[in-house]
Design a protein around this ligand. Structure first.
Ligand SMILES: O=C(O)CCC(=O)C(=O)O
Length: 256
């Protein structure tokens, strides 16, 4: 079973870089359980919709605002190891904002334009950028299959305007270009079970999947209690306390 200690150095790294990679956040047995459930999950496959990129690639995603305790995705969202870390990194109690399975199919899986998640969430009534996500790699994520790319430290820019780019909404391309001159580009290659915590203002994107390998990942998004959207009934939920599950319960759910 995975345990990791969020040391002062790691917290500092998150604040400096806007992201933090935790290897084996879910151990091989746990992630294998999640993977086999997800890949056989007809409801998830039915629900997933396509977002086309400007080059014709298509990414599928299934996004849920609600937590169904009978499916293992919920165990990941509620897992103490993610939620407690997120609370420390964001400095307040967090609640579930939504989660989504990102499905990049071999050869046809599409790209995601440069964006900040808060570039979207701002429009849903969140006043502060005090929000974050934890991407859990379900499959291996490599440069070849279109892993996430981040501009290290770019969360310090604050929110950049977002504009329509093809079927997607991305950060103002002129600003992105200027940011690319100033921040290091990091390709976040992950093994199954690794976790990437990242700040809502971190600029990130991903390329198409030209490989023979799928790239699935579960992205768990959290908002802070003090940032409860001023809009009621917005795109994603308002604050409600999140029940946190201890590691042994999470493990039991994932590997059965
Ligand atoms: O999974 C990806 O390739 C990109 C996902 C992403 O950027 C997001 O959901 O904000």
């Amino acid at each position: 079973m995975t345990t990791f200690e969020l040391t002062p150095q790691l917290i500092d790294d998150f604040h400096q870089d806007g992201y933090l990679i935790v290897r084996e956040l879910f151990d091989p047995q746990e992630i294998a359980g999640l993977l086999s459930f997800a890949k056989a999950d007809a409801a998830l496959a039915d629900e997933a919709y396509v977002r086309r990129d400007s080059g014709g690639g298509e990414t599928r995603l299934a996004l849920r605002n609600d937590l169904d305790d009978t499916v293992p995705y919920t165990a990941v969202v509620r897992s103490q190891r993610i939620v407690q870390a997120m609370q420390i990194l964001l400095g307040d109690e967090v609640y579930h904002y939504h989660h989504k399975m990102m499905i990049k199919q071999p050869r046809i899986g599409g790209a995601w334009e440069w964006h900040q998640d808060y570039g979207y969430w701002y429009n849903f009534g969140c006043l502060f950028p005090d929000m974050g996500s934890c991407m859990v790699a379900v499959d291996q994520a490599t440069t070849e299959n279109g892993c996430l790319q981040v501009l290290k430290g770019s969360h310090k820019l604050g929110r950049v305007d977002h504009v329509r780019i093809g079927e997607q909404v991305g950060a103002d391309p002129e600003r992105v270009e200027a940011a690319r001159q100033r921040f290091e580009l990091v390709a976040v290659e992950l093994e199954p079970g690794d976790g990437l915590f990242f700040h809502g203002n971190l600029l990130h994107c991903s390329d198409q999947n030209h490989s023979e390998h799928p790239r699935w990942s579960l992205i768990n998004c959290y908002n802070t209690r003090h940032n409860d959207p001023y809009i009621q009934d917005g795109r994603h939920p308002n604050y409600s306390p999140l029940e946190i599950w201890p590691d042994d319960k999470v493990r039991d759910v994932l590997i059965t």
